[in-house]
Design a protein around this ligand. Sequence first.
Ligand SMILES: [Fe+2]
Length: 300
Amino acid sequence: MFAYLGPQPAPLLPRFDGFVAGGTIRMLGRAELPVNWLQVMENSLDPIHTEWLHGHHYEFLKEQEGIKVAISAHHVKIDFREFEFGITKHRLLEGHSEDGDDWRIGDPVVFPNMLAVGNGDEKSRYFSFQIRVPMDDENTLHLWYNAYVPPEGVSVPQRLLDKVHTYDVPFKDDKGEFIVDNVDGQDMMAWITQGAIADRTLENLGASDKGIATYRRVLRREIKKMQQGQDPIGIVRDAARNACIDLPNEKKKHHNSDGFASFMLRTHAKYSPIAQDLVNVFENPRLREATEAALEAQHG
Ligand SMILES: [Fe+2]
């Protein structure tokens, strides 16, 4: 997942929050994508795609099945700010306040090749990373790493804690069609159908592509620094700084608002071998009550 290819001495392996938090339930999804890593990353700097690809497009597909859903939320404005490890992206959705986490804190794009997505509120706290490892110019190993903090008072079966649970995330079905019934499938469809390496000479970047322009500018600047023998952004050499790197992250994320189970089923997490266990841990009040009762009896 991490490699350092620069000159010696090698820096420290960065200890990002979700990788070092104790007592979490961890899982790792993977897909090999037949595309260059950069167009996958550029998608992470485009907040507005959610409105169309995961919103209107999904609503259209459901309408074909005769189901009326309204999940697209209009972006009033977007913003991008540099921070110690990269760029945070910010969105203000229609009807939301500028005091909300979506606008104030945002989601960090950790340079050069990682996206960290909101880590939920107290009831469903988790760390979520999308890591894009270049295999060669035309292939990318895409990893989804999630670490869930069990809610207080819920006893978690030991087998869930013992290892990182791994799974493959498919992007095509048996008929060779793209799987677009979940958010990550929709993203993969959009990344892959651009071709192995998207032809940027055909682009006409507009105002809503501000994030992509920012990302490219910072990437070029950091490459130049490297060429001059300096460390690029995100290199950690200070052990004290590296004890735990807390990334800026939203706690009350808009897309979690319809509940844990519903959100999970709309993402790559539906393919996880522990998907149902996670729903039980986070959403099953009877399990929680039974656990509490058992604990009480124990302490009796
Ligand atoms: Fe997306």
